[in-house]
Design a protein around this ligand. Structure first.
Ligand code: DGY
Length: 320
C-alpha cells in the first residue's frame, strides 16, 4: 500500500525524521528555509500531511491550491497561523501541542518578568560596555516582584502556571482578566481575583500577557491601554506578536509612561520594531519561551503522534 506523503516544513531533530520515515514518504527541509506562501504551496503539492511551525500559514489560498492536504500538525500550542474554519471546511484536520510546554513557558514568562522588573538586561549591557566604575546607592534600582500585584491577561493553562509561581513562590497578589472566569476551586489556591480589563491595567505592578492571538486580540494593548498602567509598572508578553502595538509600546517606554517591558514575541517577527531596539528599558528575546531541550522534543513528538494517529485512522491526542 502506498504511504502518505508529508511535508516537514522546517528543520527538526534527525530522530523525528527517522520516526516519520517509518510511516510516511517525507519531504524534509534540512536547510530550514522559511518558505514563502508560494514555496509552501509548491512543496505541499501531492502531500496529504504537513508538520508545521508558527511560520507556515495554512489559509484558504493554500487549501485551494493543495486539494490533497488532509492534516496539518503544528509544533506549537498557538495556531493563529491556521485558518481553522477554512481547514475544517476543506476537510483538513488541524492539531497543536498544548500542555507539554505549559510549565516551561511559564518558567520563562516569570523569568522575563523578573528580568524586566530588576533591569537585568540593561545592567548587564552596562557592565559589558565597561561602564561599571563604582557601586552606587541607586544603581539600576528596579521594582520588587515579591509582594507586588501580578496581573495576567489570558488565564489559560500558561497564565495559571505563571499565577501559581507568583502567588505561591513570591507572595504576589494575583488579578486576572480572561474571556471567562475561572471556577472558584481554580481561583482559591492562588487567591486569584477576576477583574475587568481596565482594573487589571490600573492595578497591576507587573502585567503578563498570555492570551491567544486573534482578530479580537489584535492590539489588545495599545496607546489607550498603556495610558491606564502605572508609571512604575512592567509589561511582559510571551503570547504572540500583534497583541501589543509595538510602536505605541516603544513610545510609552521612551517617555517612561511605564517602567519597562519584557518581550519574547513581536509584530512581524523576526523583524523587531527599530524603536524597541533603542529602548534600554526593554528586555528582548527571540520567541524562546518554550525552548528547553526536553520541551521542544516533547512538542515535536506530540506533533508526530498527531500525524501518526491520523495515518492510522485513530483520534489524535490533540486536535484543535
Ligand atoms: C507556541 O507553542 O505557540 C510557541 O509560541 C512556539 O511557537
Amino acid at each position: 500500500m502506498s504511504r502518505p506523503h508529508v511535508l516537514v516544513a522546517r528543520a527538526v531533530f534527525p530522530e523525528t525524521l527517522a520516526r516519520l520515515r517509518e510511516h510516511f514518504e517525507v519531504d524534509a527541509n534540512p536547510d530550514d528555509t522559511v518558505y514563502t506562501p508560494a514555496q509552501l504551496i509548491e512543496r505541499l503539492q501531492g502531500k496529504a500531511g504537513a508538520f508545521t511551525t508558527g511560520s507556515e500559514r495554512i489559509d484558504a489560498a493554500v487549501l485551494a491550491a493543495c486539494p490533497q492536504l488532509r492534516v496539518v500538525a503544528n509544533m506549537a500550542v498557538g495556531y493563529n497561523n491556521f485558518d481553522v474554519p477554512a481547514c475544517t471546511a476543506a476537510g483538513v484536520l488541524c492539531t497543536n501541542t498544548p500542555d507539554v510546554l505549559t510549565e516551561t513557558t511559564a518558567d520563562f514568562g516569570f523569568a522575563l518578568m523578573m528580568a524586566t522588573a530588576r533591569r537585568m538586561a540593561e545592567s548587564e549591557h552596562f557592565l559589558r560596555r565597561g561602564e561599571w566604575r563604582k557601586w552606587s546607592f541607586d544603581m539600576f534600582t528596579g521594582s520588587d516582584v515579591h509582594g507586588a500585584t501580578l496581573g495576567i491577561l489570558g488565564m489559560g493553562r500558561i497564565g495559571q502556571a505563571i499565577a501559581r509561581r507568583g502567588a505561591l513562590g513570591f507572595g504576589m497578589r494575583v488579578i486576572y482578566h480572561n474571556r471567562s472566569r475561572l471556577a472558584p476551586e481554580q481561583e482559591a489556591p492562588i487567591g486569584a481575583r477576576y477583574v475587568d480589563k481596565a482594573t487589571l491595567l490600573r492595578e497591576a505592578d507587573h502585567l503578563v500577557l498570555v492570551l491567544p492571538y486573534s482578530a479580537q486580540s489584535h492590539h489588545a494593548i495599545g496607546a489607550a491601554e498603556l495610558s491606564l498602567m502605572k508609571p512604575t509598572a512592567t509589561l511582559t508578553n510571551v503570547a504572540r506578536g500583534g497583541i501589543v502595538d509595538d510602536a505605541a509600546l516603544a513610545q510609552a517606554l521612551r517617555e517612561r509612561r511605564i517602567a519597562a517591558a519584557g518581550l519574547d514575541v513581536f509584530e512581524g517577527e523576526p523583524a523587531v520594531h527599530p524603536a524597541l531596539l533603542n529602548c534600554p528599558n526593554a528586555v528582548l528575546t527571540p520567541h524562546i519561551a518554550s525552548s528547553t531541550s526536553p520541551t521542544r522534543r516533547a512538542m515535536v513528538q506530540l506533533a508526530v503522534d498527531n500525524l501518526l494517529a491520523w495515518a492510522e485512522g485513530r483520534p489524535g491526542p490533540t486536535p484543535i
